[in-house]
Design a binder for this molecule. Structure first.
Ligand code: JHZ
Length: 392
Protein backbone atom coordinates (compact mmCIF):
# COMPACT_ATOMS: atom_id res chain seq x y z
CA UNK A 1 0.00 0.00 0.00
CA UNK A 2 1.23 3.51 -0.85
CA UNK A 3 0.92 6.11 1.93
CA UNK A 4 1.20 9.85 1.32
CA UNK A 5 3.48 11.78 3.70
CA UNK A 6 4.37 15.08 2.04
CA UNK A 7 2.56 17.72 0.00
CA UNK A 8 4.85 20.26 -1.70
CA UNK A 9 1.96 22.12 -3.28
CA UNK A 10 1.41 23.26 -6.86
CA UNK A 11 4.64 22.99 -8.82
CA UNK A 12 5.69 23.73 -12.41
CA UNK A 13 8.04 21.74 -14.65
CA UNK A 14 11.30 22.21 -12.73
CA UNK A 15 13.54 22.79 -15.74
CA UNK A 16 11.09 24.69 -17.95
CA UNK A 17 12.43 28.23 -17.94
CA UNK A 18 9.99 30.66 -19.50
CA UNK A 19 9.70 33.64 -21.78
CA UNK A 20 7.34 36.39 -20.57
CA UNK A 21 4.62 35.33 -23.06
CA UNK A 22 4.69 31.70 -21.86
CA UNK A 23 3.61 32.54 -18.31
CA UNK A 24 -0.13 32.35 -18.98
CA UNK A 25 0.14 28.77 -20.32
CA UNK A 26 2.48 27.46 -17.64
CA UNK A 27 1.75 23.88 -16.57
CA UNK A 28 1.35 23.12 -12.84
CA UNK A 29 0.73 19.87 -10.98
CA UNK A 30 0.33 18.70 -7.36
CA UNK A 31 3.68 17.54 -5.99
CA UNK A 32 2.84 14.90 -3.38
CA UNK A 33 5.08 12.13 -2.13
CA UNK A 34 4.23 8.55 -1.13
CA UNK A 35 5.95 5.65 0.64
CA UNK A 36 5.26 2.12 -0.58
CA UNK A 37 4.92 -0.19 2.46
CA UNK A 38 5.72 -3.24 0.35
CA UNK A 39 8.88 -2.26 -1.57
CA UNK A 40 9.88 0.71 0.70
CA UNK A 41 10.11 2.88 -2.42
CA UNK A 42 9.53 6.64 -2.13
CA UNK A 43 7.86 8.09 -5.24
CA UNK A 44 5.74 10.97 -6.48
CA UNK A 45 2.05 10.32 -5.98
CA UNK A 46 1.22 11.57 -9.49
CA UNK A 47 3.77 11.36 -12.25
CA UNK A 48 4.13 14.09 -14.87
CA UNK A 49 3.97 13.05 -18.54
CA UNK A 50 7.65 12.38 -19.50
CA UNK A 51 7.35 14.34 -22.77
CA UNK A 52 6.53 17.51 -20.80
CA UNK A 53 9.89 17.27 -19.00
CA UNK A 54 12.30 15.53 -21.36
CA UNK A 55 12.08 17.09 -24.80
CA UNK A 56 14.15 19.04 -27.31
CA UNK A 57 14.24 22.09 -25.03
CA UNK A 58 15.75 20.40 -21.97
CA UNK A 59 18.13 22.89 -20.34
CA UNK A 60 20.39 20.87 -18.03
CA UNK A 61 23.83 20.63 -19.72
CA UNK A 62 26.05 18.38 -17.64
CA UNK A 63 29.19 19.44 -19.53
CA UNK A 64 28.83 23.00 -18.25
CA UNK A 65 29.60 21.77 -14.76
CA UNK A 66 33.35 21.17 -14.32
CA UNK A 67 32.97 19.18 -11.07
CA UNK A 68 30.49 16.82 -12.80
CA UNK A 69 32.69 16.46 -15.91
CA UNK A 70 35.57 15.43 -13.63
CA UNK A 71 33.28 13.08 -11.74
CA UNK A 72 32.22 11.29 -14.96
CA UNK A 73 35.80 11.07 -16.25
CA UNK A 74 36.93 9.45 -12.98
CA UNK A 75 33.90 7.13 -12.99
CA UNK A 76 34.61 6.01 -16.58
CA UNK A 77 38.30 5.38 -15.78
CA UNK A 78 37.37 3.37 -12.69
CA UNK A 79 34.81 1.25 -14.59
CA UNK A 80 37.24 0.64 -17.45
CA UNK A 81 39.95 -0.47 -15.06
CA UNK A 82 37.71 -2.70 -12.90
CA UNK A 83 35.45 -4.32 -15.51
CA UNK A 84 37.15 -3.74 -18.90
CA UNK A 85 33.81 -3.57 -20.76
CA UNK A 86 33.96 -3.78 -24.54
CA UNK A 87 30.41 -2.71 -25.37
CA UNK A 88 28.95 0.14 -23.35
CA UNK A 89 25.51 1.76 -23.36
CA UNK A 90 24.50 4.87 -21.43
CA UNK A 91 20.88 5.62 -20.52
CA UNK A 92 20.32 9.39 -20.41
CA UNK A 93 23.64 10.43 -21.92
CA UNK A 94 22.87 14.19 -21.85
CA UNK A 95 25.67 16.03 -23.72
CA UNK A 96 28.14 13.18 -23.41
CA UNK A 97 30.59 13.78 -20.50
CA UNK A 98 30.56 10.08 -19.51
CA UNK A 99 30.34 8.34 -22.87
CA UNK A 100 33.11 10.43 -24.43
CA UNK A 101 35.55 8.41 -22.33
CA UNK A 102 34.69 5.26 -24.36
CA UNK A 103 35.36 4.39 -27.98
CA UNK A 104 32.74 5.41 -30.53
CA UNK A 105 32.46 2.08 -32.38
CA UNK A 106 31.38 0.02 -29.36
CA UNK A 107 29.31 2.57 -27.44
CA UNK A 108 25.65 3.46 -27.68
CA UNK A 109 23.63 6.30 -26.12
CA UNK A 110 19.94 6.56 -25.28
CA UNK A 111 18.70 10.11 -24.79
CA UNK A 112 15.08 11.27 -25.22
CA UNK A 113 16.01 14.98 -25.22
CA UNK A 114 16.57 15.65 -28.93
CA UNK A 115 18.90 18.62 -28.38
CA UNK A 116 21.33 16.38 -26.48
CA UNK A 117 20.87 13.31 -28.72
CA UNK A 118 21.98 15.55 -31.59
CA UNK A 119 25.16 16.48 -29.69
CA UNK A 120 26.27 12.89 -28.96
CA UNK A 121 25.28 11.76 -32.47
CA UNK A 122 27.46 14.62 -33.74
CA UNK A 123 30.32 13.39 -31.54
CA UNK A 124 30.09 10.04 -33.34
CA UNK A 125 28.20 8.00 -30.71
CA UNK A 126 25.11 6.26 -32.10
CA UNK A 127 22.30 7.81 -30.05
CA UNK A 128 18.74 6.54 -29.86
CA UNK A 129 16.58 9.64 -29.33
CA UNK A 130 14.00 7.69 -27.31
CA UNK A 131 12.87 6.77 -23.80
CA UNK A 132 14.39 3.66 -22.20
CA UNK A 133 11.84 0.83 -22.52
CA UNK A 134 11.76 -2.91 -23.22
CA UNK A 135 10.49 -2.08 -26.75
CA UNK A 136 13.51 0.12 -27.45
CA UNK A 137 15.84 -2.55 -26.08
CA UNK A 138 14.48 -5.13 -28.51
CA UNK A 139 15.49 -2.79 -31.33
CA UNK A 140 18.94 -2.07 -29.83
CA UNK A 141 19.58 -5.77 -29.28
CA UNK A 142 18.81 -6.49 -32.95
CA UNK A 143 20.94 -3.62 -34.24
CA UNK A 144 23.83 -3.56 -31.75
CA UNK A 145 23.80 -6.83 -29.82
CA UNK A 146 24.23 -7.34 -26.06
CA UNK A 147 26.12 -4.90 -23.78
CA UNK A 148 28.88 -5.54 -21.22
CA UNK A 149 28.16 -2.34 -19.28
CA UNK A 150 24.94 -0.37 -19.02
CA UNK A 151 25.55 2.89 -17.18
CA UNK A 152 23.23 5.67 -16.12
CA UNK A 153 23.64 8.76 -13.93
CA UNK A 154 20.77 10.81 -12.54
CA UNK A 155 18.35 9.21 -14.93
CA UNK A 156 17.03 5.89 -13.57
CA UNK A 157 15.17 7.81 -10.83
CA UNK A 158 13.44 9.73 -13.65
CA UNK A 159 11.92 6.53 -15.06
CA UNK A 160 8.38 5.98 -13.84
CA UNK A 161 7.96 2.27 -14.68
CA UNK A 162 10.95 0.72 -12.93
CA UNK A 163 9.90 -2.88 -13.62
CA UNK A 164 9.97 -2.23 -17.36
CA UNK A 165 13.27 -0.30 -17.09
CA UNK A 166 15.03 -3.06 -15.13
CA UNK A 167 13.65 -5.83 -17.35
CA UNK A 168 14.99 -3.85 -20.32
CA UNK A 169 18.44 -3.75 -18.66
CA UNK A 170 18.36 -7.49 -17.95
CA UNK A 171 17.35 -8.21 -21.56
CA UNK A 172 20.30 -6.28 -22.98
CA UNK A 173 23.15 -7.39 -20.69
CA UNK A 174 25.57 -10.15 -21.62
CA UNK A 175 25.49 -12.98 -18.99
CA UNK A 176 28.50 -11.42 -17.21
CA UNK A 177 27.43 -7.84 -17.97
CA UNK A 178 26.93 -5.22 -15.27
CA UNK A 179 24.48 -2.41 -14.68
CA UNK A 180 25.88 0.64 -12.86
CA UNK A 181 23.72 3.61 -12.00
CA UNK A 182 23.83 6.55 -9.63
CA UNK A 183 21.06 8.74 -8.29
CA UNK A 184 20.45 10.95 -5.24
CA UNK A 185 20.24 9.00 -1.98
CA UNK A 186 17.00 8.96 0.00
CA UNK A 187 18.93 8.51 3.25
CA UNK A 188 21.01 11.66 2.64
CA UNK A 189 17.85 13.59 1.71
CA UNK A 190 16.15 12.53 4.95
CA UNK A 191 19.25 13.27 7.05
CA UNK A 192 19.86 16.69 5.46
CA UNK A 193 16.27 17.81 5.14
CA UNK A 194 16.95 18.44 1.44
CA UNK A 195 13.34 18.11 0.33
CA UNK A 196 14.24 20.01 -2.83
CA UNK A 197 15.52 16.73 -4.29
CA UNK A 198 11.82 16.16 -4.92
CA UNK A 199 10.52 17.59 -8.19
CA UNK A 200 8.71 16.42 -11.33
CA UNK A 201 11.73 14.66 -12.88
CA UNK A 202 12.52 12.67 -9.77
CA UNK A 203 9.73 10.11 -10.03
CA UNK A 204 11.46 8.22 -7.20
CA UNK A 205 14.09 8.97 -4.57
CA UNK A 206 16.00 5.74 -4.11
CA UNK A 207 17.13 3.89 -1.02
CA UNK A 208 19.40 0.88 -1.48
CA UNK A 209 16.75 -1.08 0.43
CA UNK A 210 13.99 -0.33 -2.11
CA UNK A 211 16.27 -0.85 -5.10
CA UNK A 212 17.35 -4.21 -3.75
CA UNK A 213 13.68 -5.26 -3.60
CA UNK A 214 12.74 -3.99 -7.05
CA UNK A 215 15.88 -5.14 -8.88
CA UNK A 216 15.50 -8.65 -7.44
CA UNK A 217 11.98 -9.05 -8.66
CA UNK A 218 13.28 -8.19 -12.14
CA UNK A 219 16.10 -10.73 -12.12
CA UNK A 220 18.92 -8.39 -11.12
CA UNK A 221 20.95 -8.26 -7.91
CA UNK A 222 22.99 -5.49 -6.29
CA UNK A 223 26.56 -6.67 -5.62
CA UNK A 224 28.19 -3.39 -4.59
CA UNK A 225 27.31 0.19 -3.55
CA UNK A 226 29.43 3.35 -3.47
CA UNK A 227 28.20 6.25 -1.34
CA UNK A 228 29.05 9.42 -3.28
CA UNK A 229 29.08 13.08 -2.30
CA UNK A 230 27.81 14.41 -5.67
CA UNK A 231 24.38 16.04 -5.91
CA UNK A 232 24.11 16.37 -2.15
CA UNK A 233 24.75 12.64 -1.55
CA UNK A 234 24.13 9.87 -4.08
CA UNK A 235 24.46 6.10 -4.28
CA UNK A 236 26.21 4.31 -7.11
CA UNK A 237 24.63 0.89 -7.49
CA UNK A 238 26.37 -2.06 -9.18
CA UNK A 239 23.98 -4.83 -10.22
CA UNK A 240 24.09 -7.93 -12.37
CA UNK A 241 22.06 -11.03 -13.04
CA UNK A 242 20.90 -12.81 -9.90
CA UNK A 243 23.32 -15.39 -8.46
CA UNK A 244 26.17 -14.51 -10.77
CA UNK A 245 28.33 -12.99 -8.02
CA UNK A 246 28.66 -12.51 -4.28
CA UNK A 247 27.03 -9.61 -2.48
CA UNK A 248 29.73 -7.26 -1.17
CA UNK A 249 29.91 -5.79 2.36
CA UNK A 250 29.09 -2.36 0.95
CA UNK A 251 25.54 -3.53 0.16
CA UNK A 252 24.93 -4.89 3.66
CA UNK A 253 26.47 -1.77 5.21
CA UNK A 254 24.32 0.60 3.16
CA UNK A 255 21.11 -1.32 3.91
CA UNK A 256 22.07 -1.53 7.60
CA UNK A 257 22.66 2.21 7.79
CA UNK A 258 19.26 2.80 6.18
CA UNK A 259 17.52 0.38 8.57
CA UNK A 260 19.09 2.06 11.61
CA UNK A 261 17.74 5.39 10.33
CA UNK A 262 14.27 3.85 9.91
CA UNK A 263 13.97 3.96 6.14
CA UNK A 264 11.41 1.13 6.27
CA UNK A 265 9.25 2.88 8.86
CA UNK A 266 6.47 5.29 7.82
CA UNK A 267 7.01 7.34 11.00
CA UNK A 268 10.43 8.42 9.66
CA UNK A 269 8.63 10.09 6.74
CA UNK A 270 6.09 11.81 8.99
CA UNK A 271 8.96 13.29 11.03
CA UNK A 272 10.65 14.42 7.79
CA UNK A 273 7.42 16.07 6.59
CA UNK A 274 7.21 18.09 9.85
CA UNK A 275 10.79 19.22 9.40
CA UNK A 276 10.04 20.33 5.83
CA UNK A 277 7.03 22.41 6.95
CA UNK A 278 9.17 24.14 9.59
CA UNK A 279 11.93 24.81 7.07
CA UNK A 280 9.40 26.54 4.80
CA UNK A 281 8.18 28.81 7.63
CA UNK A 282 11.69 29.73 8.75
CA UNK A 283 13.00 30.43 5.23
CA UNK A 284 9.99 32.54 4.31
CA UNK A 285 10.22 34.53 7.56
CA UNK A 286 13.98 35.03 7.18
CA UNK A 287 13.77 36.32 3.58
CA UNK A 288 10.75 38.51 4.34
CA UNK A 289 12.47 40.11 7.35
CA UNK A 290 15.63 40.76 5.36
CA UNK A 291 13.82 42.48 2.49
CA UNK A 292 11.68 44.50 4.94
CA UNK A 293 14.94 45.74 6.42
CA UNK A 294 16.11 46.88 3.01
CA UNK A 295 18.47 43.99 2.31
CA UNK A 296 18.91 42.82 -1.28
CA UNK A 297 18.95 39.11 -2.06
CA UNK A 298 20.18 37.25 -5.15
CA UNK A 299 20.18 33.49 -5.73
CA UNK A 300 23.03 31.44 -7.23
CA UNK A 301 22.16 28.45 -9.45
CA UNK A 302 18.78 28.18 -11.22
CA UNK A 303 18.45 24.54 -10.22
CA UNK A 304 15.57 22.10 -10.41
CA UNK A 305 15.91 21.99 -6.63
CA UNK A 306 15.33 25.73 -6.29
CA UNK A 307 12.14 25.40 -8.35
CA UNK A 308 10.75 23.20 -5.57
CA UNK A 309 11.93 25.54 -2.79
CA UNK A 310 10.66 28.76 -4.37
CA UNK A 311 7.26 27.36 -5.31
CA UNK A 312 6.73 25.50 -2.06
CA UNK A 313 7.81 28.45 0.10
CA UNK A 314 6.03 31.11 -1.98
CA UNK A 315 9.25 32.93 -2.87
CA UNK A 316 9.11 35.29 -5.85
CA UNK A 317 10.97 38.35 -7.16
CA UNK A 318 9.69 40.47 -4.25
CA UNK A 319 12.09 38.46 -2.03
CA UNK A 320 14.82 37.31 -4.44
CA UNK A 321 15.60 39.85 -7.17
CA UNK A 322 17.29 37.51 -9.64
CA UNK A 323 19.02 34.16 -10.03
CA UNK A 324 22.48 33.91 -11.59
CA UNK A 325 23.24 30.81 -13.62
CA UNK A 326 26.14 29.79 -15.84
CA UNK A 327 23.89 27.93 -18.34
CA UNK A 328 23.29 30.12 -21.45
CA UNK A 329 19.97 28.34 -22.18
CA UNK A 330 18.52 29.45 -18.83
CA UNK A 331 19.74 33.06 -19.01
CA UNK A 332 17.31 35.79 -20.05
CA UNK A 333 14.35 33.60 -19.05
CA UNK A 334 12.12 33.41 -15.98
CA UNK A 335 12.44 30.67 -13.38
CA UNK A 336 9.57 28.13 -13.40
CA UNK A 337 6.59 29.16 -11.26
CA UNK A 338 8.36 31.89 -9.27
CA UNK A 339 9.14 33.88 -12.45
CA UNK A 340 12.31 35.27 -10.90
CA UNK A 341 14.58 36.47 -13.76
CA UNK A 342 17.58 34.24 -14.53
CA UNK A 343 20.68 36.18 -15.50
CA UNK A 344 24.25 35.53 -16.54
CA UNK A 345 26.59 35.67 -13.52
CA UNK A 346 28.85 38.02 -15.52
CA UNK A 347 26.07 40.61 -15.85
CA UNK A 348 25.65 40.95 -12.08
CA UNK A 349 27.80 42.70 -9.53
CA UNK A 350 27.30 40.45 -6.52
CA UNK A 351 28.54 43.25 -4.27
CA UNK A 352 25.26 45.08 -4.95
CA UNK A 353 23.56 42.38 -2.87
CA UNK A 354 23.66 41.67 0.87
CA UNK A 355 22.69 37.99 0.69
CA UNK A 356 23.04 35.17 -1.86
CA UNK A 357 20.70 32.21 -1.53
CA UNK A 358 22.33 28.95 -2.61
CA UNK A 359 19.99 27.36 -5.15
CA UNK A 360 22.90 25.04 -5.95
CA UNK A 361 23.77 24.24 -2.31
CA UNK A 362 25.32 20.98 -3.52
CA UNK A 363 28.14 23.14 -4.99
CA UNK A 364 28.47 25.17 -1.79
CA UNK A 365 32.26 25.02 -1.52
CA UNK A 366 32.84 25.60 -5.27
CA UNK A 367 30.58 28.68 -5.15
CA UNK A 368 32.01 29.98 -1.85
CA UNK A 369 35.51 29.75 -3.35
CA UNK A 370 34.50 31.48 -6.58
CA UNK A 371 32.65 34.24 -4.74
CA UNK A 372 35.22 35.03 -2.03
CA UNK A 373 35.15 38.71 -3.08
CA UNK A 374 31.43 38.89 -2.17
CA UNK A 375 32.18 37.60 1.33
CA UNK A 376 35.15 39.95 1.73
CA UNK A 377 32.77 42.82 0.98
CA UNK A 378 30.41 41.73 3.74
CA UNK A 379 28.08 39.51 1.68
CA UNK A 380 26.50 36.45 3.26
CA UNK A 381 25.19 33.19 1.86
CA UNK A 382 21.85 31.71 2.88
CA UNK A 383 21.05 28.02 2.61
CA UNK A 384 18.15 25.87 3.77
CA UNK A 385 20.23 22.63 3.97
CA UNK A 386 20.50 21.09 6.53
CA UNK A 387 18.54 23.96 8.07
CA UNK A 388 17.90 27.59 7.23
CA UNK A 389 21.06 29.55 8.08
CA UNK A 390 23.40 32.34 6.96
CA UNK A 391 27.11 31.88 6.61
CA UNK A 392 30.09 33.73 5.20
P1 JHZ B 1 22.57 21.05 -10.27
C1 JHZ B 1 19.80 18.41 -12.19
O1 JHZ B 1 19.22 19.02 -11.07
C2 JHZ B 1 18.69 17.93 -13.07
P2 JHZ B 1 19.66 20.49 -10.60
C3 JHZ B 1 18.54 16.46 -13.12
N1 JHZ B 1 17.15 16.15 -13.20
C4 JHZ B 1 19.00 15.71 -11.99
O2 JHZ B 1 18.55 14.61 -11.78
C5 JHZ B 1 19.96 16.33 -11.08
O3 JHZ B 1 20.64 17.39 -11.73
C6 JHZ B 1 20.92 15.35 -10.51
C7 JHZ B 1 24.50 26.38 -12.08
N2 JHZ B 1 25.78 26.80 -11.47
O4 JHZ B 1 23.67 20.24 -10.85
C8 JHZ B 1 24.62 25.37 -13.20
C9 JHZ B 1 26.06 28.15 -11.40
O5 JHZ B 1 25.29 28.99 -11.89
O6 JHZ B 1 22.64 21.30 -8.83
C10 JHZ B 1 23.32 24.61 -13.10
O7 JHZ B 1 22.29 25.27 -13.81
N3 JHZ B 1 27.22 28.53 -10.78
C11 JHZ B 1 19.28 15.96 -14.33
O8 JHZ B 1 19.22 21.47 -11.61
C12 JHZ B 1 23.00 24.67 -11.61
O9 JHZ B 1 23.71 25.77 -11.08
C13 JHZ B 1 28.09 27.63 -10.25
O10 JHZ B 1 29.14 28.04 -9.70
O11 JHZ B 1 19.11 20.68 -9.22
C14 JHZ B 1 23.43 23.41 -10.87
O12 JHZ B 1 22.47 22.44 -11.06
C15 JHZ B 1 27.76 26.23 -10.30
C16 JHZ B 1 28.69 25.22 -9.68
C17 JHZ B 1 26.59 25.86 -10.92
O13 JHZ B 1 21.25 20.27 -10.62
Amino acid sequence: MKKEFLDLGRQPIANKFLKEDEISDEFFFDLKVVFDEETKLVSLKDFVKPELMFNDEYTYNTSLSTPMVNHFKETAEMLNMKFKPKKVLEIGSNDGPFINNFNKEDSVCVEPCGNFAEITNGMGYHTYDEFWTTDLVEKIQNEKGYMDLIYSANCVCHIQDLDDAFTAVKNLLTPSGIFVFEDPSLLRMLERGSYDQIYDEHAHIFSVTALDNILRRNGLKIFSVDNLSVHGGSNRIYANCVDSSLVGDSVRQSINEEMIFGIDDFQTYEIFADRVKKSKEVLNRRLTNLTRNGKRIVSIGATSKSTTVFNYCGIDDSLIECITDTTPDKQGLLAPGSHIPVVDRESVNLNDYDYAFLGAWNFKSVIANKESEFVKNGGKFITHVPEVMDFS
